[in-house]
Design a protein around this ligand. Structure first.
Ligand code: ADP
Ligand code: ZN
Ligand code: ZN
Length: 818
């Protein structure tokens, strides 16, 4: 009898591919193991075993596999089922899901580059002959392709050898270049508690009578404290008092001063774990927990709607505790950007070493480790906290999924395929495992709220901030009026400037939100109106003052800012609109002594760049933080009393059916960063449009009204959740061909589907990286079977692909496009 193996290749092939295997191999191989296989003329891939059978493929003569790479499956059965659902639902191939789901270290292929690991201490005597040859070759060459390794060893089967070397850390994969970051520890001093109070203090100064240097230091500490409520770094006290470190140290040794750090190492866990039992939930949290449990009992996903700072995390912690007590694994999903050490530390405090983190900024090595721990149901990975891709980990024993900040649109992957919505895929994952799932947010998405209202999901709510902290006081500032009366300084209204001054005086911190990076979006010639455009994309270039460059935010193209207009030569160029960089600059002019930080894509590129900004803001080394939507993400800063939104209008006017929902969410979230402790926080929203209903709903914290109005509009204009959307994007370098093809496609869809089809239309940016783009939007009523519609679309695609002149055109499907 002949034996065959169907495998998933990690490339966009519609079908699985079949190889020939021996009887012994057929006995050994299980679905979910990796095998090295030849493909095409020369390529080698790591593929995933799918099924062993005895039917020879009809269309081609199967090749033999090269090698089995695993002793046991690295992908679990339920997991594979889930991946098939993802491929099916989001209209991509299983291979594309595999490529995106498995850590790249698992998918070595002929084109993978390996590099020597300069930091590894290699004992040459411990290497096998093959390993030594590779190791030696890498001493002379900066990198080798796997196919070159094949040549060096004169063997086809090298993946296993290279895998082992990657695992031992002798070689690195190309992507694996990451920086190391140790946060700096700032040392602060304060007066020991027993000396607080006038009497105690004068007694202390009396005692220090004969130590004038020491008493000078204590007095200086008082002067510093009088000036500002900020923590006092030792270095500053040293400077202010003219005393030396040794004097300060003497005072610390005598327990008159206390030394402390605000932030310990952010990423490492210090080994102590607290007691979950010790958290006392308040009545609102208790009720929410009961309601969630009730939903779980009915086997429903549950939406937890709790205002900012209501203590959702503590409720999750209780749920996780229960899940672990039942011996199961828990997954805590967060949008990438909200995945901060703040939260990781909080969870580690309760669950200690049981918490693992899975994150795209982690090294390949770290990711493989988490993968294996989850697969083995190891103690270390009982709780995985991660961004959307952690959904693809090999859980065998999943009991609970938490999707925090469920409204975040970054849960949707745009590029490349699979273009999945992690929140929705998590609901399916939980169902496959019969696990519980809770979706939490202060500003739930319209979809999830709709699901709760129609009892598809359970619902729990918390309408009060924890500890009776008041919701922030939100006010609108009419900048139309202020501009007319010439009462603006740059982009700052008098009201905002005054509020900033007050907060600074109190030693409190400020967040300013401007939803655009860069300096000024466009540079326009005042003579002829010319605006510099990207040569590859259909957008204007954005001015970045820091480098004095014009940059494209889509493809990265950049050029130096010209002194004169490129079209007419006139030197009168005007900068229009404004971004974070300009706000930072204006602040420097308005408040020269104040330290201002900035958080946007440009300042947060490295692995820990984001962490560095957060920690320095937490340490109060900055007074004001200017940022894009990054500053809205679930951060918990204790000392922020004022949040300013520079301009709410650009968000509201965005041409998208979700713009209003999203503005509400973004503004409410950023407002929620203010006053998370005792004092009531203040929020100022600058706008040209203070009567806009969304702004009214934000200031009155009226989620229900927002939901009603938005839902009504979605009903009127037929948008989700009332219909499903599939967006088809066609791409080509040839403008005319693209138009013709898009018309053909839309025409066929109209003929066959009988549902509402919009387009073809150019997207707002109609050319990216030299490709022209055109979109077709398909609206599918809820009651129409989705699978059937997708099949029809796939059939049309087949006919489309059969037209030879359309061969170069690429089709991209985006299901549940947002
Ligand atoms: P949310 O995630 O809803 O915005 P958090 O979970 O960050 O709110 O809670 C806000 C603050 O209240 C945090 O500092 C948290 O430690 C504190 N808190 C919440 N619940 C409790 C509790 N039961 N006991 C003590 N502190 C709590
Ligand atoms: Zn000009
Ligand atoms: Zn471009």
């Amino acid at each position: 009898m002949e034996y065959f193996l169907e495998v998933v290749l990690p490339i966009p092939l519609e079908k699985l591919f079949t190889y020939k295997i021996s009887e012994a191999e057929a006995d050994f191989i299980q679905a979910g193991m990796r095998v090295a296989v030849p493909f095409g003329k020369t390529k080698i891939y790591t593929a995933l075993a799918y099924k062993v059978h005895t039917h020879a493929p009809e269309a081609y003569e199967p090749k033999e596999i090269y090698q089995i790479l695993d002793e046991r499956p690295v992908v679990d059965k339920v997991q594979l089922k889930h991946w098939e659902w993802v491929a099916n639902y989001y209209m991509c191939t299983l291979g594309e899901v595999v490529r995106s789901a498995l850590p790249s270290a698992f998918l070595l292929e002929s084109e993978t580059l390996i590099l020597p690991n300069k930091n590894a201490k290699v004992d040459e005597l411990q290497l096998t002959d093959d390993e030594f040859l590779i190791y030696e070759a890498l001493q002379h060459q900066t990198a080798l392709k796997i196919s070159e390794v094949s040549d060096i060893l004169d063997k086809k089967n090298v993946l296993k050898i290279v895998n082992a070397m990657v695992h031992k850390g002798i070689v690195l994969q190309k992507e694996e270049l990451y920086e190391q970051y140790r946060p700096k520890l700032v040392r602060y001093v304060k007066l020991a508690e027993q000396f607080e109070g006038e009497e105690q203090l004068s007694e202390l100064l009396n005692d220090l009578n004969r130590a004038p240097k020491q008493s000078q230091v204590v007095l200086s500490l008082f002067q510093l404290r009088a000036k500002s409520a900020k923590p006092i770094p030792i270095s500053e006290l040293e400077k202010e008092s003219g005393g030396s470190r040794s004097v300060i140290k003497a005072l610390i040794d005598k327990n008159i001063l206390e030394e402390y750090h605000i932030r310990k190492d952010r990423v490492e866990f210090d080994g102590r774990s607290g007691d979950v039992g010790a958290i006392e939930l308040n009545e609102h949290q208790h009720r929410a927990l009961d309601d969630i449990q009730h939903g779980f009992d009915e086997e429903k996903p549950v939406l937890l709607h709790g205002v900012t700072s209501s203590g959702k995390t503590e409720v999750y912690v209780k749920l996780i505790k229960k899940c672990l007590d039942e011996g199961k694994q828990a997954l805590y999903l967060l949008p990438e950007i909200a995945l901060t050490s703040q939260l990781i530390n909080r969870l580690q405090q309760y669950f200690g070493h049981q918490v693992s983190v899975y994150h795209s900024k982690y090294s390949i090595h770290e990711r493989v480790e988490v993968w294996n721990n989850v697969l083995n149901d190891a103690e270390k990975a009982r709780i995985v906290i991660g961004a959307r891709s952690s959904l693809f980990l090999p859980f065998t024993n999943l009991g609970l999924v938490v999707v925090d900040e469920e409204h975040e649109n970054s849960f949707k992957q745009f590029d490349p395929a699979p273009r999945y919505q992690a929140r929705d895929a998590a609901v399916v994952l939980a169902a496959l495992h019969s696990a519980n799932i809770v979706l939490g947010s202060a500003t739930p998405s319209i979809e999830s709220m709709y699901n709760a209202k129609t009892a598809k999901y359970g619902y729990a709510s918390m309408a009060h901030r924890f500890g009776d902290v008041l919701m922030p006081d939100i006010n609108l500032v009419d900048i139309k009026e202020a501009t007319r009366k010439r009462r603006m300084k740059g982009h700052f209204s008098e009201t905002l400037i005054k509020a900033i001054e007050e907060a600074l005086e109190e030693g409190e911190q400020i967040i300013l939100f401007q939803n655009r990076r860069g300096f000024a979006p466009v540079v326009e010639c005042t003579t002829c109106g010319h605006v510099a455009q990207c040569p590859n994309c259909d957008v204007s270039l954005t001015y970045h003052q820091h480098r004095n460059q014009l940059r494209c935010h889509y493809c990265g193209y950049h050029m130096a800012l010209q002194q004169a207009c490129l079209a007419c030569g006139s030197p009168t160029l005007d900068k229009k609109g404004f971004g974070t960089e300009q706000i930072q600059l204006e602040l420097g002019q308005l408040f020269p002594d104040v330290s201002v930080g900035r958080m946007d894509l440009d300042t947060t590129r490295g692995k820990y760049a984001y962490e560095k900004i957060i920690s320095s803001f937490e340490n109060q080394e900055m007074d004001i933080l200017v940022g894009t939507q990054m500053v809205t993400k679930g951060l918990d800063f204790r000392n922020v009393s004022l949040v300013g939104i520079m301009n709410a209008d650009s968000m509201l006017n965005f041409p998208d059916y979700r713009a209003h929902e999203r503005s509400f969410q973004m503004l409410t979230q950023v407002a929620g960063r203010a006053g998370r402790t005792k004092k009531r926080g203040k929020v100022l929203i600058q706008t040209y449009n203070p009567y806009h209903q969304i702004l009214q709903q934000v200031t009155t914290n009226n989620y229900d009204k927002m939901f009603q109005e938005q839902f009504y509009e979605r009903e009127q204009f037929k948008y989700p959740p009332l219909v499903r959307l599939i967006k088809i994007t066609l791409k080509d370098k040839d403008f005319n061909k693209l138009n013709e093809a898009a018309d053909w496609m839309a025409g066929s869809l109209r003929n066959v589907l009988g549902t509402q089809i919009l387009g073809p239309e150019y997207p707002p940016v109609a050319r990216i990286r030299r490709d022209y783009l055109k979109n077709i939007l398909i609206k599918i009523p809820r009651k129409q079977p989705l699978a059937q519609t997708k099949n029809s679309i796939k059939r049309i695609e087949k006919s489309f692909n059969a037209i030879s002149k359309y061969k170069s055109i690429r089709l991209v499907y985006n299901v549940d496009h947002i």
